[in-house]
Ligand binder design. Sequence first.
Ligand code: TPP
Ligand code: MG
Length: 596
Amino acid sequence: MMTEQMTGAQSLIRSLEHVGVDVVFGIPGGAILPAYDPLYDSAKVRHILMRHEQGAGHAAEGYAYATGRPGVCMATSGPGATNLVTPLADAYMDSVPMVAITGQVAAPLIGTDAFQEADICGISMPITKHNFLVREAADIPRIVAEAFHIASTGRPGPVLVDIAKTALQAGTEFQWPQRLDLPGYRPVTKPHGKQVREAARLIAEARRPVLYVGGGVLKAGAAQELRVLAELTGLPVVTTLMARGAFPDSHRQHLGMPGMHGTVAAVGALQRADLIVALGARFDDRVTGKLDSFAPDAKIVHADIDPAEISKNRHADVPIVGDCREVLADLVVAVRADQAAGRQGDYEAWWAQLDRLRTDYPLGYEQPADGSLAPQHVIKRLGEIVGPDAAYVPGVGQHQMWAAQFIDYEKPGSFINSGGAGTMGFSVPAALGAKVGRPDQAVWSIDGDGCFQMTNQELATCAVEGIPIKVAVVNNGNLGMVRQWQTLFYEGRYSNTNLQTAPPAGGGKVRIPDFVRLAEAYGCVGLRCERAEDVDATIEKAMAIDDAPVVVDFTVNHDAMVWPMVGPGVSNDNIQYARDMAPDWDDEDEERATFR
Ligand SMILES: Cc1ncc(C[n+]2csc(CCOP(=O)(O)OP(=O)(O)O)c2C)c(N)n1
Ligand SMILES: [Mg+2]
């Protein structure tokens, strides 16, 4: 076996090279400083110096989404490590493979309230898939190998490796582990054949089935298998916020996104289904609405790699533990066998109902009466002009929902967002990380004026490191999503939602900050667009620039709202198509009179 004398820090960098890491996003400081010295010499690992550790964490997430490989971020002890808390929580909620490496104070000082000491393992326990505190240099290679294995297998997630400064400084013998020994960690990927055949039987017997597709299908790389199953069975498909791109929006079997801001057809389909086949989805409250009135007549097949998800929120009649790609592949075989034996579902009446819903209630929006720019128009044109090969990375708020609704996603990796945590500030650094992961792909951050102000300092990173992302700021001058709730649920009392980033309707000049000048200060190109007739040309101008990051301030109407909407805590049956406008379900089925 090959062994070599080196420091713990050198063995850390050697270990990262061993697992194939090519980029680390981070910021140095005292406790992690020993690791930055050998990093300086690594020919294989590029370090990108970020402006905030939160940005480093989200960049690692964006990189992971773009490449499918774990993203890596690095920070020093204390405040450096605590600045990673938000991206760790974000990655945990959305099952993003990520490894965070933090420096810790010297081993003998741990627990003494030493300078820049924070118990990041304790702090991050509930928001990491696993974490490690490393006190001995000899443990570094083994723990790095385990961390990457845990982050990227089973249900992916963030793993934190906290390394005492003394372990980085000590001399050690580098030894790469021959095999991993992780008792108790053996994710089940192969689904149970009996359960899969039972699921196929229910599909053949159902009259109103729906495939409820979640982010797990993308994580499993199972888009192709999903398409085969969908076309073989003829089932309608809904894709959650986390699954946008798992099934082509242009496909005639696609009903769109379910949930709080889903399409009437997708929400209605789940509500009146007699069978829901949930694939890598977790019955999140934003999808189910009021849980006890969700899909009251549906039997549930629930496939997930994480057994803890199954029957967590909704009882599963047929639980299937396994990797979605294997589940889908096996389901295809089982359905084919049923079909060969003459057992095939008849969904004609169901499709007639669903087709009527999508014809009667398509996604749409109103032109603002004051002649200002409709945010939905900006986002729709962006998708149409930039096309399906790009990655779109929204922040959190109204612009995120419009980005999910009004851009057609045709393939995996084209929509990258913060779903479970809803983290404002995700977009710019995640777009940066995605662009680093896939430099040939156009990457558009679609950010809100509020979100943008949380992490826009990473534009400096983009400019300095040559990472030419594009940012479309949908600038409504407000914390728009909060303002929408104030309009609907707080009698229009707009407490603390006006950010003054855009002049109010009817005049005024104040923009604080002016995003065009801010972009220029950061070494980016800044553009502004305020009129519908300029939207196309502005997007084309931004696309033509590829030697610098571009920021476009799309100054839009302040009052636009996201529709449809299922109010918080309300049953999906009460979805509003627009303000005070409920869909007419025109239900021929007397038993489901609640739809009227
Ligand atoms: C870190 C964080 N703080 C607060 C919130 C609550 N929140 C959700 S959406 C939103 C408004 C976002 O404003 P903006 O970025 O301008 O987007 P818009 O809704 O206007 O499109 C806020 C404050 C959040 N999701 N994340
Ligand atoms: Mg806003």
